[in-house]
Design a protein around this ligand. Structure first.
Ligand SMILES: CC(C)(COP(=O)(O)OP(=O)(O)OC[C@H]1O[C@@H](n2cnc3c(N)ncnc32)[C@H](O)[C@@H]1OP(=O)(O)O)[C@@H](O)C(=O)NCCC(=O)NCCS
Length: 214
């Protein structure tokens, strides 16, 4: 799905359109509570571009960043590997990957892995990371909140999003709890969280701007 289509759906689903047509069927779309304009204006979600390879490489070539990621650290990330990973991220069939910008600066990534083979998707699992320079600034909660809201807006049939967080990744668990995600189970070292479509987000608590380093 292209960015242009994303914007179309956000406009159509987010504000006034309680009904969407999918494969000829009209389905009811429960109205989502939109984020405040100031919060939305700070963040931008866009596909990774080949030109991002150097910055992508700098952020991802960090074993500490991978410590609690569901994927295993692949070892040194060269600019070439960064380019390959960017190419893979642009394949749209099974996932949706977005570079995240905060006030125009690339700070990290959000990824949605669709859980179902059916179209439109009904559930998915998110994963996310911030470059190390951007940890501890409170950026993750609005980033995840906006991305989730955006997915629910674009995909009217999406009813639930899950996330798996390593049991030692306290910062990530705190972020999801702050957003109202529910702990639903444990799978080995992984704590499972869920957010339902109808759940509201306390946007007021996510409205504090951050000052980026440098
Ligand atoms: C995990 C991550 C997304 C957190 O984002 P962040 O913006 O740095 O998080 P915050 O600064 O908002 O911190 C979250 C909370 O955890 C707390 N926290 C941070 N480190 C902590 C620790 N080691 N022990 C306990 N609490 C901790 C913070 O004080 C904050 O608490 P608060 O909500 O009460 O203020 C980010 O550090 C990251 O990208 N890490 C690497 C990749 C990763 O682990 N991704 C998640 C995979 S599931």
């Amino acid at each position: 799905m292209s960015e242009e289509t994303d914007h179309h759906f956000i406009r159509a689903a987010g504000i006034d359109g309680p009904l969407e047509t999918l494969r000829g069927k009209q389905i009811a779309v429960s109205k989502l509570r939109n984020p405040p304009a100031q919060v939305m204006a700070r963040y931008c979600f866009r596909p990774w571009e080949a030109e991002d390879a150097p910055i992508y490489q700098r952020m991802l070539d960090d074993a500490e960043l991978w410590r609690y990621m569901p994927e295993v650290y692949p070892g040194e990330i060269t600019t070439e590997l960064a380019g390959t990973l960017i190419e893979l991220s642009r394949q749209v069939s099974h996932h949706k990957v977005r570079a995240v910008e905060y006030q125009g600066r690339v700070i990290g990534q959000m990824r949605m892995q669709w859980k179902t083979d059916v179209t439109p998707p009904q559930s998915g699992e998110i994963s996310y990371w911030l470059g190390r320079d951007y940890w501890g600034l409170g950026l993750a909660a609005p980033m995840i909140g906006l991305f989730s809201w955006r997915c629910f807006s674009i995909f009217p049939a999406l009813s639930m999003i899950m996330a798996r967080v390593h049991r030692e990744n306290i910062a990530s668990q705190r972020v999801l709890e702050r957003l109202g995600w529910a702990r639903v189970g444990v799978d080995g070292d992984w704590q499972e969280f869920q957010m339902q479509r109808q759940q509201g987000i306390d946007w007021a608590s996510l409205n504090k701007p951050a000052t980026l380093p440098g």
